[in-house]
Design a protein around this ligand. Sequence first.
Ligand code: URA
Length: 242
Amino acid sequence: MTSSDRNELLKRLEPFVHRLCFYLPKPAVEDAYDYLCSLTVRPSAARTLCPRRCPDLEPHRPVSGYGSRKARLVILGEAPGEAEDLVGYPFVGPSGLVLTAALRSLGVDREQVLITNVVRCRPPGNREPHPSEQKVCTEHLKNELTDLPQGLVVLTLGNVPLKFMRQSGTPGVTSCRGILLDSFRWQQSLVSAVIPTYHPSYVLRRMNRETIDLFVRDIREALGLALALRWPAFSSHFHESS
Ligand code: URA
């Protein structure tokens, strides 16, 4: 990525910064913007080609999850977009600005949670990743989660990660956002609970008080639960009842 590509990407964020300040605290939005501006291209791993080579996914450069290795909250998106593909970190374009600002408004830095995606390579034209592509990437996600403490809370952003975690029969995010989907074990008990919320790109498209407030509320809920699961009494009760 050249520095003019980077400047172009950051320039595209500016209109969103101004609009978001109507709905989220200005310091949180500014912190989020500064954070995204501070990122340079992720070294090594993110820039190597994916050995799995899904035929349709270009340019086969995986964008791995990023955040704390002690995180109890995992924020799971769909797949990298243009900005992520260029910079090598998840959620660093306009959607990343909303997500980062919402976290900051709750006093949380991105580095305190793990932010990742169902699929690691950018689908052409930002289309939804095919089920076969999601399947190929499952092992990668599982490896990321295995490194974290047990009893994870996963906040799913939009329908793709929600359906990926819950499989068949799950209603869409508009009917179940903010609801704690417990009693669910994904990949050998790695995950204790799933909380669905909107995809930040939907939040950006709507850009109204109600949608942004619900989005922040869901994140707060997920953070609160992730914190509660650190306490053994609560945690064992939660596991027994699941
Ligand atoms: N949208 C996603 O779902 N993930 C990203 O990393 C960026 C945009």
